[in-house]
Design a protein around this ligand. Structure first.
Ligand code: F0G
Length: 398
């Protein structure tokens, strides 16, 4: 069933509904599952390994084999910080971000419902992923993007997979409001994370982390927060495995936002359950340039219930962390993803993260999503003659 997280009102799984008709709050999908974790062990490493926990018809699955992403132990960086550090590399998904997990379930649901057009507003990755999965399913796809603020890799993907791309004069929050109005009029099936089926896919990040750790919870999970769907989804996944008796503890959910777009952090600092929206969000991490996150209530519950934390990082800290992760550990991520590493550095500094803690940082999207930011952070290559003597001199000098 679909259930309101505030008033508990219940809806059928086949209703097209995005927020509670009774109280206006956000919804979640509930599925009763009674299985042993042993059934997972011989299955292929995709997120559908945990298909019993997915509330969709198995015969209609639309998949590009998303999930099963690298879980990389980072001893160099972890050693310097005095912690046990793992990085979950979501850039290794089919379109280069964690959104593919949610889209696989979301598009499967769209097929079940028999809709013909799907749509979303996006800071880039959601649209890239939706365009690819809609193409695979043969559905029409409409995406609304904030004009001039979408990283080029993501824009190229949305266009190349054949989506109808509309550049909105406004920011992400305004684009989301517009596409939601279209969805409520029945023009399209909305696949932003306000659609609770999206989070059902993304919760598998939580499943994979505890599975990779040998059915143990880490002490802490750190991730960037924008529209706040992912932190909510990962917490839901880990909680489901906890409730199933697969693990004995749960991690402290730790959300990181950019200084210029931090409504969730502001709420946590005031120990509140409601956010004050940020009118003109700004950050180099365009993926999380969001002032009115739709899943804020779910995210705040995850942070408070897990005794977690929320912190901001500056654009400079984000870019420094992006470079550090690329040069020290060989992991290339886009700026928003580096917010989790920047946050980790700050929280170690502030002694919020204790020495010896086991920490999982989620890096959400691939470096090449935002090629301009990567190129701008580097010096241009030297132009030299292909002459061996000359080359030897140049290499020696450098
Ligand atoms: N990291 C990346 C790379 C993202 O693209 C996003 C969100 C986030 C983190 C934040 O996740 O919204 O669940 O809190 N991108 C959305 C989009 C908003 O349209 O692609 P969140």
């Amino acid at each position: 069933m679909i259930k309101c997280i505030s008033c508990g009102e219940e809806y059928s799984l086949n209703e097209i509904i995005y927020t509670c008709e009774k109280c206006g709050s956000v919804l979640e999908v509930i599925k009763d599952v009674d299985v042993s974790k042993d059934i997972f062990s011989c299955r292929k490493q995709t997120m559908w390994k945990y298909k019993e926990f997915m509330p969709v018809d198995e015969s209609k699955i639309v998949s590009l084999e998303e999930g099963g992403t690298p879980f990389v132990k980072c001893d160099k960086l972890g050693g310097e910080l005095g912690i046990d550090l793992y990085v979950k590399v979501e850039g290794s998904n089919p379109t280069g971000s964690f959104k593919d997990r949610g889209m696989s379930v979301g598009i499967t649901k769209a097929m079940e419902l028999g809709v013909s057009t799907v749509g979303c507003a996006s800071t880039g990755n959601t649209s890239a992923s939706l365009a690819a999965y809609a193409a695979r399913a043969g559905l029409r796809c409409v995406v609304l993007l904030p004009s001039g603020k979408v990283a080029l890799g993501k824009l190229a993907q949305a266009m190349f997979h054949g989506a109808e791309v509309l550049s909105i004069k406004g920011n992400f929050d305004e684009a989301l409001e517009a596409v939601t109005a279209l969805a409520l009029e029945g023009e399209l099936y909305l696949l932003n994370s306000v659609n609770p089926f999206r989070l059902e896919g993304q919760k598998t990040i939580g499943f994979e982390i505890v599975d990779d750790l040998g059915w143990k919870s880490p002490d802490r999970v750190i991730l960037p927060v924008g529209n706040a769907g992912n932190i909510s989804a990962i917490w839901k996944g880990i909680s489901e495995f906890y409730d199933a008796g697969f693990i004995e503890n749960k991690p402290m959910m730790t959300g990181i936002q950019a200084e210029g777009a931090c409504p969730i952090v502001n709420a946590v600092r005031k120990n509140k359950m409601e956010i004050e929206t940020v009118d003109n969000p700004e950050t180099v991490a365009t993926a999380i340039r969001i002032g009115a996150p739709v899943s804020s209530l779910k995210a705040l519950r995850a942070i408070y219930d897990s005794k977690g934390y929320a912190e901001t990082v500056s654009d400079e800290e984000i870019l420094n962390a992006q470079k550090l992760l690329a040069r020290k550990e060989g992991i290339g991520v886009e700026p928003a993803s580096a917010a989790s590493i920047a946050g980790l550095l700050k929280l170690v500094d502030e002694c919020v993260v204790d020495k010896g803690e086991q920490v999982v940082c989620i890096v959400t999207g691939h470096l090449l999503k935002d090629p301009n930011t990567a190129i701008n952070a580097c010096v241009e290559p030297l132009e030299v003659e292909a002459d061996i003597k000359n080359l030897r001199e140049v290499i020696k000098k450098n």
